[in-house]
Design a protein around this ligand. Sequence first.
Ligand code: 7TS
Length: 421
Amino acid sequence: MATLEQLIPIKPRPSEDWDVERIRKDFPVLRQTVNGKPLVYLDNAASSQVPTMVIERGAQYIEQEHSNIHRGVHYLSMKATTSYEGAREKVKRFINARESKECIFVRGATEGINLVMYGYGRKFIGAGDEIIISAMEHHANIVPWQMLCEEKNAKLRVIPMNDAGELLMDEYDSLLNERTKLVAVAHVSNALGTINPVKEIIERAHKYGVPVLIDGAQWAPHMRIDVQDLDCDFYAFSGHKMFAPTGSGVVYGKAALLEKMNPFMGGGDMIKSVTFEKTIYADLPNKFEAGTPAIASQIGLGAAIDYLTIIGREKAAAYEHELLHYATERISAIEGVRIIGTAREKLSVLSFVIDDIHPHDIGTILDQEGIAIRAGHHCAQPVMKRFNVPATARASFAFYNTREEVDVLARTVERVIEIFG
Ligand code: 7TS
């Protein structure tokens, strides 16, 4: 059993002047009661909530701009195109890409990873080649690579982790070789909360000339992304986990790589010219955006980026860090609770199990008290197997959660133990 000190993520920084009650007013969904109790929303790693500013921007598009982009010469189409491309500019600044054409709009991290698998993997990975992922990947960063390996007769290699849920970097070194053609790892594990040393992972892969895809689905809502500083080759994330509507998301790729990749899907908007003999593809980013995209959602993502900028990402992150620290302290102090994922560097996620109580039962009783957590394998079944549990209960935090909500969670977890004990 780990000591309390080991369970608590390092260095909580002061949250200074974070006015959480004011922030909460920005999120209408939080005002409701569930089963007669105030909603305590702790399922942010699955989907975060949407602030009024983002809702209003989406409504404004639908009320005043709704039209198809890139095609029309008419007023509304031009307005919609400007807003959609404006959102791309915001993404570019948000992740510090060199050029906005490196930011491809997709439905979410899953689609982004699949785009790289189809566009890059199917073209450049062949028989006998190897792809390295980690032991803590979400299925979205496992299954596409397995599909590719099956098709191409390539091999999937997996970086193992220790009992705290930290990658074994020496093992990573021993997996890298001249057959390695791609490394794909999560920035943050959705099941454990571990922050992976992605800069180091990228640097070591680049020594072999191997491109690296980072699955940033759990990092993007919380921390600054700088794709140039990371020097990652691809970076994927989902809008609905970062205060934007579903259907929004981004996969960043270095222009030189995107240029030489195959398109993901064929159709309208991704071509320069089409004859029955030959199609010439459009330039970036359109080459990867076939058909009518989720215009309203991506504009919403742009507004979510604005929102994060206004409230201050650094302050939000510091507050969240402190909250995770507090929650870890409270939950791990309850007798019978075991935290799954005790890495030194963690973000936002607190997974736990209670002896002899199935996480679904924990989730159901918490729901009766208005508390939304996730219970299950979190689309990370290999992680469950590694820790020898069928599932975990997972509370995941955002900057609008409060210490009082953590107290309610802790009290209710104690009640669960009383009921089943
Ligand atoms: N990668 C990671 C690390 C994730 O956490 C998720 C979703 C995905 C990829 C896929 O994102 P999507 O938006 O394309 O679905 N994670 C979770 C979760 O933890 N609970 O529900 C979805």
